[in-house]
Design a protein around this ligand. Structure first.
Ligand code: AGP
Length: 364
């Protein structure tokens, strides 16, 4: 992959289109079928040390923070280590308790984001162990960390992150699998996750083939003044990231909420002029998600669902291929990158250079 536009009108479109190859790259050379695990030598964390980790705290900003939220979920599900993500910018300023048994993970596409770098430096000063999950090789955060993994998304030029988000989440799935197999994840579950990971490039290719259909939907929704994005547990960070993408390039106001929180307030906003984009995976929470769609429909809200099968209550459903439940969030955000892209295009926005934003924020 290069800086050449390769026939695409924007870098964003080029980078969305490169995701099957990019995911292939983050997996390449890392899978160990013999032990149903992955090799992550760059972590500089041996099995004994990994077993001693009591907690994982993931720090990043913007899209990288959202990738970290999905990463925390994967680590809890596969490795059963308590994990959470926090914006690095907030973490720095709240005088956090730095615990020697916690493993800190700094996430960054550029590896140069000042808030993340400053958090890493503060943690190191206090003796914490910090790993980096970074795209740009040799960047400041990669150099400062005790170890880590590169996400190998290739150069990302567009101000808004797409392929790096996807690759970062896959990198977290590898980290979760690695830690899980050192701890209590069974061989068969390890194998199941590996099979799921291997399916991703082909499944991403299939999602990208539905671009024409997504474009039509985006043109239909482009007139909205505001949009609501909802998801539950695995789907919530997907909703957050999709709403950020839409805001960044279309300037449409968008909010993301856990679907379970609707009745605690945001349901008051629902009316025909406020469409809702709902993440509805075929997992243990399917019925709960469907109940949220019913609540919205009862208030005459328009619904665009991203789901594994047609949703009766939705006005439109974008179908995505099913993977293992834990890996579904990797795929469910991809059609919504295209949705944000075509919405912004229909509104005549400067997609690669949205107003007021820089690719990496290297100052405070
Ligand atoms: C992504 O679409 C954004 N422009 C922004 O949120 C970005 O993810 C954030 O500034 C962090 O950048 P980094 O990943 O390079 O650290």
């Amino acid at each position: 992959e290069s800086y050449d536009m390769g026939g695409h009108d924007t870098y964003m479109h080029k980078e969305i289109s490169e995701q099957a190859d990019a995911v292939d790259r983050v997996l390449r050379g890392r899978i160990d079928d013999r032990f149903s695990t992955v090799h992550l030598g760059g972590l500089n964390l041996d099995a004994r040390e990994a077993r001693g980790v009591r907690r994982i705290k993931i720090l990043g900003c913007g899209t990288s923070y959202h990738a970290g939220m999905i990463g925390a979920g994967l680590i809890e599900e596969l490795a059963r280590i308590p994990a959470d993500a926090e914006p690095a910018s907030e973490f720095r300023y709240r005088n956090p308790v730095v615990d020697p048994d916690t493993l800190y993970v700094a996430v960054s596409q550029s590896g140069e984001t000042y808030d993340v770098l400053a958090a890493v430096q503060e943690l190191k000063r206090k003796g914490a162990r910090v790993l980096g999950v970074v795209n740009v090789v040799g960047s400041a955060i990669a150099r400062e960390a005790d170890g880590g993994m590169y996400v190998h998304a290739g150069p990302e030029v567009c101000v808004v992150s797409t392929k790096c988000f996807t690759n970062t989440v896959v990198a977290f799935a590898l980290l979760a699998l690695h830690l899980g197999r050192i701890r209590d994840l069974s061989v068969s579950d390890g194998k199941r996750i590996i099979e799921g990971l291997r399916k991703l490039p082909e499944q991403i290719g299939r999602i990208l083939e539905s671009e024409d259909e997504i474009k039509k939907l985006a043109e239909e929704y482009a007139g909205a003044q505001s949009m609501m994005f909802i998801g539950r547990v695995r789907g919530y960070p997907v909703a957050l990231e999709a709403s950020l993408k839409l805001k960044e390039i279309s300037y449409i106001h968008a909010e993301a909420y856990p679907a379970s929180e609707l009745k605690h307030g945001p349901l008051a906003l629902i009316e025909p002029a406020l469409p809702t984009v709902a993440i509805v995976p075929d997992d243990d929470l399917l019925e709960k998600n469907r109940a949220a769609l019913e609540e919205i429909k009862a208030r005459s809200g328009r619904i665009l669902a991203v789901a594994h099968r047609e949703q009766e209550k939705a006005d439109h459903t974008i179908l995505v291929p099913k993977n293992e439940n834990e890996l579904d969030p990797i795929l469910m955000g991809i059609p919504l990158q295209l949705f944000a892209y075509h919405t912004a295009l229909a509104m005549g926005r400067d997609i690669d250079k949205p107003r007021n934003l820089a690719k990496s924020v290297t100052v405070e």
